[in-house]
Design a protein around this ligand. Structure first.
Ligand SMILES: [Zn+2]
Length: 160
């Protein structure tokens, strides 16, 4: 179920919404082959909505966790995004009026947009992460590769 507000109900009283939205419903389209953000957990939300004649004001907190690869050391880690003061104003009239389907307004697109804007371009497991340079001192991955390449060449020579 998308996160929807019943607009008629809002005429009489403010509405509180809370729960979680499965990652599939939020549909952030992340996790591509070159994406450092691998996957996302469900979105947790606690929201209050109130209505005036021509708009709906929604205010509350959002929380969502992502599994990321660190941009420096490539180690996986969990990045949690918290928006304790998230809000949006949904216009009900005019050119920017939101789409209302059967008296319901869908909040999901507004949340999706703000979450995407808040995602780090270069996720880091820690601000002080020293990255691959540090790791190579203990794990000479390139040397191993180099050795393999030469032994492959030797084998090729021997086969001739
Ligand atoms: Zn790192």
């Amino acid at each position: 179920m998308p996160i929807k507000i019943h607009l008629d109900q809002l005429k009489n009283q403010d509405v509180h919404l809370s729960g979680e939205l499965p990652a599939a419903e939020l549909d952030l389209a992340i996790g591509g082959p070159n994406d450092l953000i691998r996957s996302t957990e469900a979105l947790h939300f606690q929201l209050d909505a109130s209505r005036t004649d021509d708009s709906v004001f929604v205010h509350g907190s959002l929380k969502i966790s992502f599994t990321c690869d660190c941009a420096r050391c490539l180690e996986p880690f969990v990045h949690t995004m918290e928006m304790p003061n998230w809000s949006c104003i949904l216009p009900l009239k005019g050119d920017d009026a939101i789409e209302v389907i059967g008296e319901y307004a869908d909040l999901t697109p507004w949340m999706r947009e703000d979450i995407l804007l808040g995602l780090p371009h270069h996720p880091l497991c820690d601000e002080s992460c020293r990255g691959l340079v540090f790791k190579q001192e203990t794990l000479p991955a390139e040397d191993v590769e180099e050795t393999n390449r030469w032994s492959a060449l030797d084998q090729w020579k021997q086969q001739r």
